[in-house]
Design a protein around this ligand. Structure first.
Ligand code: ZN
Length: 732
């Protein structure tokens, strides 16, 4: 018995070691300061980034034009054919209609023999605009800089296909540049689209989304990337999430391609800390190595070749395993048949096998439910957590460890229950559950099947030789840990339960080994205490300081018609800074006329009326007949970044030739624009025009004092951020 226990302990140590190795390997490569001319160097890309990420540069802003010129000049300097395509875009977006001029930079490197793909080009895409609240070093400056450096590398050894580097505008406010590109060119001329993103300021780049017929592209990615981090489950998960990027626009138009991003350190996302200082240089290097690898791998081949999808996953961030979906189905059928054979040939009580499987399911469900409930408890104690981007606490490690410990405690409790059955029955039980999951995923989401395919296949021999029960958890240790970690980052702490569920799906494979250890009940109780302690420490330590600033917002709203001025904030409660003007107990109001996409109430308090310049709306031409038609001009002030126009009762409005399907318009950039509306005869058109300034103007910020170092503005979803809104109303 002692020998057996020591043997089990040694096996568990090996399994833990493999898991640790998988986690440690999940990191970007070391940044290269200055490589040979034909290689990618983050050090060189960083010089472009220093120019790009000086200040926020959202669509329509002066800094946006500055960044665009830098990109166009640099690409021209590297010998590409560069055009700046400027297109008006009208895009309905929930309750508003966005109107903007998107300026895309298109840099083309002609191939030596584009007929190899029938003239179809390989395209790399990144957006050069940022949000108004941050300089966008990671999102998406790192990709833009890496693309410029990749363009330079490409010119040292041309490839056969045309390669197009597309730097889009306006991704952050509705993928406007990508829409403009697809409307102008379509996607027929594109063999493959490789999109590059960031959500956070560090970590390895993982290829998390593909289009249809991804087989050849996945194969090229696996063969060419220095660290090919990807799995086909991510694509299945992402497809079911409401997220979008430029890649979505190309996919919807029917293009093939891959989408890659780094997503660690999400706390910096869309904040002033998305800057050059915080950016992980390894992520920049990883972006570039992957780009250069893919351009070389795809540059000379027929991009039209091949169809069908692949199932794929990486091992230790170094090797990409991939095979066609049809093969995954065949493998699944054979493996499940093998399991049936093994269960039949063993002297097993089927009831016991089902009971073990049932206990395993129970463990997965209980661990998920407990994690979900515990997070709800944590946010009840600390409501401030809900206001962090994606509710992601700064010291998330305490919570990740805590939730994984919850899972471990539940696992040991389950082990205590299954000990009453023979080890052969326990093995058969967990493999039976794995088989059910394999069948279910192969039918519903084939990309997920690999999670269960390999643990089950390599576990089959254990049905005949229980001593081999260590094989399934050993395989799982190589596959699951980085995947669970990434799920917890991608979904955030509010959905950490999903990560715990996947951890337990792998964890239950340990039950045959663990059931030979003494006192699992005591171990379970001990681990539960540790879990609660870890979560408690994370909860107690939660707070804000200059390194971990509090996201908050303050908006100055002025109505120049009435002279009324207000302070507004979307925060849950006043903090030491905002309470200087909001007081301790401001009124709460829903202002859908000011923020049409925001249902949550805002805090409001009276503010002194400042002499700020207001936008105007003036009639250019009005005709009266069966219909009254008013053509009018909206002119923002030079300080405006965006101008909101709200139209009263009207039959229809147009911008140029395009109908405006909504009453609230968002015009981007301080550009004067003409709008035409049809009305019933004799009816005036009421037009409310509101300039939106980026940040508080000096006159307003002097009233509240400078932003404390332990706070920051963040753009997150529809939540308002620091701005001055200057409103004027007109009857035309
Ligand atoms: Zn982005």
């Amino acid at each position: 018995m002692i020998v057996r226990r020591m043997w089990v302990a040694a096996l568990l140590a090996v399994i833990a070691g493999v898991g640790a190795l998988a986690v440690l390997a999940f990191r970007p490569p070391a940044p290269v300061a200055d490589a040979a001319a034909g290689e990618f160097a983050a050090g060189r890309a960083e010089q472009h980034l220093a120019a790009i990420a000086q200040r926020p540069h959202p669509i329509g802003s002066a800094d946006n034009a500055r960044v665009r010129e830098h990109i166009a000049d640099t690409a021209r300097g590297f010998g590409a054919e560069v055009t700046v395509e400027s297109d008006d875009v009208v895009q309905p977006w929930r309750d508003v209609v966005r109107v903007a001029t998107a300026h895309n930079v298109v840099a083309r490197v002609p191939g030596t023999d584009p007929s190899v793909s029938g003239g179809k080009a390989l395209m790399l895409v990144a957006h050069y605009d940022s949000v108004p609240t941050g300089p966008g070093a990671a999102d998406d400056g790192a990709a833009v800089a890496a693309m410029l450096e990749t363009l330079r590398v490409l010119r040292t050894a041309d490839v056969r296909n045309d390669v197009v580097f597309l730097f889009t505008d306006g991704e952050e406010f509705g993928t406007l540049g990508a829409e403009a590109y697809v409307r102008r060119h379509g996607v027929d001329g594109l063999g493959a689209v490789l999109n590059w993103e960031a959500r956070g300021s560090g970590g390895p780049v993982w290829m998390f989304q593909t289009g249809a017929d991804n087989g050849p592209l996945v194969e090229a990615f696996g063969a060419s990337s220095s660290r090919p981090i990807a799995n086909s489950m991510a694509s299945e998960v992402y497809r079911r999430m409401p997220n979008y990027s430029d890649f979505t626009v190309f996919l919807n138009a029917g293009a093939r391609g891959l989408n890659s991003a780094f997503i660690d350190d999400v706390r910096d996302y869309h904040s002033p800390y998305d800057d050059l200082e915080r950016l992980d240089r390894g992520s920049l290097q990883h972006h570039g190595e992957t780009m250069v690898g893919l351009v070389r791998a795809l540059g000379d081949r027929d991009l039209r070749a091949g169809d069908g999808n692949a199932v794929y996953f990486d091992l230790f961030s170094r090797v990409l395993v991939h095979y066609p979906t049809w093969l995954a189905v065949v493998l699944a059928v054979l493996t499940v048949a093998g399991l049936a054979l093994g269960v039949r040939s063993g002297r097993l009580r089927l009831r016991a096998v089902f009971a073990v499987a049932g206990v395993a399911v129970g463990a997965v469900v209980v661990a998920g439910a407990l994690s979900f409930g515990l997070w709800a408890l944590v946010t009840a104690v600390r409501p401030g957590l809900a206001f962090l981007a994606l509710s992601e606490p700064y010291e998330r490690g305490w919570f990740v460890a805590g939730f994984l410990a919850v899972g471990l405690a539940v696992l040991f409790a389950a082990v205590r229950v299954v000990r009453r059955w023979s080890s052969a029955e326990v093995i058969a039980g967990v493999l039976a559950l794995t088989a059910v999951l394999l069948v279910a995923t192969t039918v519903a989401a084939p990309g997920v099947g690999f999670l269960f395919q390999w643990t089950l296949l390599l576990g089959l021999p254990a049905l005949w030789m229980p001593r081999l029960a260590f094989l399934p958890p050993l395989v799982a240790a190589a596959i699951f840990p980085p995947l669970v970690g990434t799920l917890m980052v991608a979904l955030g702490m509010p959905l950490s339960a999903v990560g715990v569920v996947f951890a337990l799906l792998a964890g239950v494979l340990l039950m045959p080994l663990l059931s030979s250890l003494p006192r699992p009940g005591t171990v379970s109780a001990g681990v539960a205490v540790v879990a609660v302690a870890l979560l408690a420490v994370g909860t107690v330590r939660f707070g804000f300081d200059p390194d971990e600033p509090r996201p908050n917002s303050l908006i100055y709203l002025l109505d120049t018609g009435t002279g009324r001025a207000d302070w507004l904030s979307a925060d849950p409660a006043p903090d030491p800074w905002t309470s200087r003007v909001l007081g301790e107990n401001p009124e709460r109001v829903t202002l859908t006329d000011v923020y049409p996409m925001l249902d949550d109430p805002l805090m409001r308090a009276a503010a002194p009326s400042l002499a700020l310049p207001a936008p105007t709306a003036t009639v250019v031409e009005a005709t009266e007949g069966d219909v009254r038609t008013v053509r009018f001009r909206v002119t923002p002030t030079a300080s405006a970044w965006r101008t909101q126009v709200t139209l009263s009762d009207r039959r229809a409005c147009r911008f140029g030739e395009v109908d405006l399907p909504g009453a609230t318009l968002e015009l981007y950039g301080p550009t004067s624009r003409e709008i035409t509306c049809d009305l019933d005869p004799g009816t005036p058109l009421e037009v409310a025009v509101a300039d939106h300034w980026i940040g508080l103007p000096a006159e307003a910020s002097s009233l509240v004092g400078p932003r404390p170092a332990d706070t920051m503005p963040v753009q997150s979803g529809n939540r308002p951020y620091d701005a001055a809104l200057v409103r004027a109303t007109f009857r035309l």
